[in-house]
Design a protein around this ligand. Structure first.
Ligand SMILES: NC(=O)c1ccc[n+]([C@@H]2O[C@H](COP(=O)([O-])OP(=O)(O)OC[C@H]3O[C@@H](n4cnc5c(N)ncnc54)[C@H](OP(=O)(O)O)[C@@H]3O)[C@@H](O)[C@H]2O)c1
Length: 264
């Protein structure tokens, strides 16, 4: 059975207006998937949808939606009610770097809604539909920070730990309902989120990151893309205590984010 037969005909991708989400759209369209692109920047979604429809003879729709807004799911559920969605890519996310109080309470709460609540609600809805319709797949975007306490990205890492555990537990529970669930845990990837970050031995482009996720769906519950990221998490897991891992990463973050202690 092909990837499209197993997880098509429709895929919904959150955070499809840039970065990793846009790349999912660009890799799924040539496989013949019909796509529903979700984000706030409607003009970008409209342009991408138009291009993918023209290039690949697929049906590509978009939904302008703030996934951190209360009741966002009503928009998505009603727009997709007649579509056979078998692949959900829970990818939209935001981060807040620096001192624990940076961003203030409101922005931090917005991050919990976007990074945790929205993927939970969408999975809750679509996993059930997929199971009833014979199967499907869900990919969450975690991070290598899902595996550890990460100072100066403290709250972000905690939100990413949540999706990793959600994905692993759901993958086990939904196996016998024919729904495959995976958490992609990228390291530094060149996107708008990491703007200013120069390419180096630790960074990856979006193409190979997304390719590994799609290849892993149905085979693994967690994908850490790239050799460097796999090695880093492997070393931390097998050779360091959790406390030593956090200390090491805290010292690194202080060097990488010189303004790390500033509250803004
Ligand atoms: N880049 C990295 O190094 C890295 C590493 C590990 C994990 N990740 C994760 O990868 C995912 C994608 O990020 P990216 O790196 O591709 O960054 P990005 O280019 O900034 O993409 C973020 C996407 O999320 C959407 N988004 C943000 N806030 C939203 C909201 N309130 N409602 C709906 N959509 C929203 C954005 O669209 P709009 O602004 O148009 O709404 C955009 O499409 C995130 O979950 C991120 O945490 C990234």
């Amino acid at each position: 059975m092909s990837f499209l037969q197993k997880y098509g005909p429709w895929a919904i991708i959150t955070g499809a207006s840039s970065g990793i989400g846009e790349e999912y759209a660009k890799q799924l369209a040539p496989l013949g998937f019909n796509l529903i692109l979700v984000a706030r920047r409607a003009e970008r979604l409209a342009l991408l949808a138009k291009k993918l429809e023209a290039d690949y003879n697929i049906n590509c729709q978009f939904i302008e939606c703030d996934l951190s807004a209360d009741g966002f799911e009503n928009t998505i559920i009603s727009a997709t009610k007649d579509l056979d969605v078998r692949l959900l890519i829970n990818n939209a996310g935001m981060n807040i770097e620096g001192d624990f109080y940076r961003g203030g309470l409101e922005r931090n709460l917005q991050m919990t809604k976007l990074n945790m609540i929205a993927p939970f609600i969408l999975s809750y809805h679509f996993a059930k539909k997929m199971a009833e319709n014979g199967g499907g797949g869900i990919i969450f975007t975690g991070s290598i920070s899902s595996f550890k306490g990460l100072p100066y990205l403290t709250h972000y890492a905690a939100t990413k730990a949540y999706v990793l555990q959600l994905a692993e537990g759901m993958n086990y529970e939904f196996k016998d309902r024919n729904v495959d669930i995976l958490c992609l845990c990228p390291g530094f990837t060149i996107t708008e989120m990491t703007k200013g970050l120069k390419k180096n031995w630790m960074t990856m482009e979006v193409g190979p990151v997304v390719k590994e996720a799609l290849e892993g769906l149905g085979k693994q519950s967690v994908v850490i893309p790239g050799f460097v990221n796999k090695a880093m998490i492997g070393i931390e897991k097998h050779f360091l205590t959790r406390q030593a891992t956090t200390n090491l990463n805290g010292n690194l973050m202080k060097k990488m984010l010189p303004g790390a202690r500033k509250k803004k």
